[in-house]
Design a protein around this ligand. Structure first.
Ligand SMILES: Cc1cc2nc3c(=O)[nH]c(=O)nc-3n(C[C@H](O)[C@H](O)[C@H](O)COP(=O)(O)O)c2cc1C
Length: 189
């Protein structure tokens, strides 16, 4: 457990599915991730994050259904077969996949980008919680997401923003590092 916030932020890694172990992640831990996600900042308290947890048989069925839709289905868009295969084999491999869903507030009181920002902060809360528990995580955003609305059972006003994977780290993935923050900063004193 890392207590220092700066250290926790810097050791957080995007761990791709092939580097995650297949070992189960407990429901208790998943609930801790979701609880912390739920405390993200939210303009006008719309709390726009929704989560759909796929595990076990349901996750395998989802992967098979997505593969079937993209490869055999009559989707009205060009699909990159290699990407579809990579995505579905990753989905089958990981112990848990959390569909990240944005829920627009009915009156659309604030712009969508602010809701995307709030959901992203919820994801970062989950990601840091996973890191603090020694787990790896990954946010996958395949470009065919808009084709999955029915398979994910999205309701009115909802949009899929990707899948968040969590699992034990099988192979450590080195940091890509970051450029110097000073080059991205202007000070006005
Ligand atoms: C909104 C968002 C979507 C992402 N989607 C993908 C993705 O679809 N595939 C992928 O390989 N990485 C994805 N990533 C993770 C980045 O690749 C990763 O954060 C980057 O390589 C830096 O690595 P690090 O997080 O370990 O420092 C996504 C990150 C964000 C913030």
């Amino acid at each position: 457990m890392k207590n220092d916030i700066g250290e926790l932020i810097k050791v957080r890694r995007a761990t791709p599915p092939k580097f995650l172990a297949k070992t189960e992640v407990s429901k208790e831990l998943i609930k801790e991730l979701l609880e912390n996600a739920n405390w993200a900042p939210t303009h006008k308290n719309t709390e726009p994050w929704r989560f759909k947890i796929f595990r076990g048989e349901a996750k395998h069925k989802l992967a098979a259904d997505i593969y079937d839709l993209l490869i055999n289905g009559s989707v009205n868009a060009p699909v990159n077969l290699q990407k579809a295969e990579k995505f579905t084999s990753g989905l089958k491999r990981v112990p848990v996949a959390i569909a990240i869903v944005l829920q627009r507030d009915e009156a659309e009181r604030i712009p969508e980008w602010e809701e995307v920002a709030a959901v992203s902060m919820a994801v970062q809360n989950m990601w840091l919680t996973a890191t603090a528990n020694g787990l790896g995580a990954f946010w996958s955003t395949p470009d065919f997401m808009p084709l999955l609305n029915d398979l994910i059972h999205l309701k009115a006003g909802q949009k899929l923003l990707g899948f968040f994977y969590v699992g034990e780290i099988a192979i450590d993935y080195p940091s890509t590092g970051r450029g110097n923050v000073e080059e991205k900063t202007e000070w006005f004193d």
